[in-house]
Design a protein around this ligand. Structure first.
Ligand SMILES: N[C@@H](CCC(=O)N[C@@H](CS)C(=O)NCC(=O)O)C(=O)O
Length: 205
């Protein structure tokens, strides 16, 4: 049984969402998200940098959400289940990889730093300018998605893929942390993503 060590509304949503899309059995193991627990030797053995999530499947332990998503689709996608990715080696697959990596390495990065900034610094020590600058970076990513998803409905066009799962979590963070109206194509995309039963199940986990 796949185990996903998760805290509510964190990146564990991504592998849970993929398990739901694939119809895979899994269990969610709640993690104490306090800084103290995440710094403990017990949790550092699971995740060496003290973050969430962690996925365990038999002897395999993973501590990057994008790697979990890719592992799940490679290992369990297809074979009577949705593939959730284009055929490897194709140009569409290259675009799939680009958007999957973009979701975490470029888009989620400033958003995660806003969360960390607010967690680490007390009210009077925080820099509004630093937070605004991170929000601007996030809006630039939204513009990139807007241009790409205009044809839609999904980031690769007609085919829903795990890249949409990767981006969906980052968009969820963006809507929570960077106030303002989404441009039309992204608003439609986010509405479609956040209405998927698999997303709703993951967001409730
Ligand atoms: N790139 C990592 C990022 C993991 C991450 O930043 N997780 C957040 C929760 S969503 C966390 O544990 N933050 C606590 C911290 O950074 O101290 C992944 O995608 O798994």
């Amino acid at each position: 049984m796949i185990e996903i060590y998760h805290a509510p509304m964190t990146r564990g949503i991504r592998p849970i969402w993929v398990c739901e899309e694939l119809g895979l059995p899994y269990s969610v193991v709640p993690v104490d998200f306090s800084s103290e627990y995440r710094a403990s030797p017990a949790w550092r053995r699971m995740n060496p940098v003290g973050k969430v999530p962690v996925l365990v499947d038999g002897d395999l332990t993973l501590f990057e959400s994008g790697a979990m998503v890719q592992y799940l689709v490679d290992r369990y996608g297809g074979q009577g289940r949705p593939a959730l990715q284009p055929a490897p080696g194709t140009e569409t697959h290259a675009r799939y990889l680009q958007w999957s990596w973009f979701a975490e390495a470029t888009f989620a990065r400033p958003l995660g730093e806003i969360v960390n900034h607010r967690r680490v610094f007390a009210e009077g020590e925080r820099s509004d300018r630093a937070i605004e600058e991170m929000q601007e970076r996030s809006w630039l990513c939204v513009s990139a998605i807007d241009a790409a998803v205009t044809a839609g409905p999904w980031i690769l066009g007609e085919e829903f893929s795990a890249a949409d799962v990767m981006l969906g979590y980052s968009l969820m963070l963006h809507t929570a942390l960077a106030p303002g109206d989404l441009p039309d194509a992204v608003a439609r995309y986010w509405k479609a993503l956040s209405a998927r039963p698999a997303y709703l199940a993951a967001a409730a986990a």
